[in-house]
Design a protein around this ligand. Structure first.
Ligand code: ZN
Length: 142
């Protein structure tokens, strides 16, 4: 079980599904079960219309950043390249709420972890935070 003090990273992902697919947490859940995981690996999913879906509870270790799952929470934007304004508004809401509980956690994108060559979430999370007045802290070097 994750404790609030364990959380060092708040990680932004995308589902890497076509922008025209209006899927949500149930579809991701099925996809991740198919990988042999214990269901959906993220803690929050943000649908194309901006709806925030709760997936794994925050105390349950996720499956979204290899080697860092025990110190992070993950939020996934549905889509691949162009995210909607409603999604970005909801992302801000999720991150600000998490920031209250995990004040020292670094906000970053999946691609900021050096172990991966993924481009997920396909935008610069630190720059986005800057543009929205959200402190992301330093780029993680883990
Ligand atoms: Zn990812």
């Amino acid at each position: 079980m994750l404790q609030a003090s364990d959380i060092q990273y708040l990680v932004v992902h995308c589902s890497d599904t076509p922008d025209t697919d209006s899927i949500g947490a149930p579809e991701i859940h099925e996809m991740h079960l198919g990988f042999g995981w214990h269901g959906i690996g993220y803690h929050r999913v943000i649908k194309r219309n901006g709806l925030i879906e709760h997936a794994r509870p925050d105390y349950w270790q996720g499956a979204h950043v290899l080697g860092h799952n025990e110190i992070s929470l993950g939020v996934c934007l549905i889509g691949r390249s162009i995210f909607t304004d409603a999604q970005f508004q909801s992302l801000e809401q999720v991150l600000l709420a998490w920031r209250e509980t995990y004040p020292s956690a670094v906000i970053c994108g999946h691609r900021d972890f050096s172990y991966t060559d993924k481009s997920c979430p396909n935008f610069d999370v630190a720059l986005w935070c800057q543009a929205h007045g959200i402190e992301s802290f330093a780029h993680p070097l883990a």
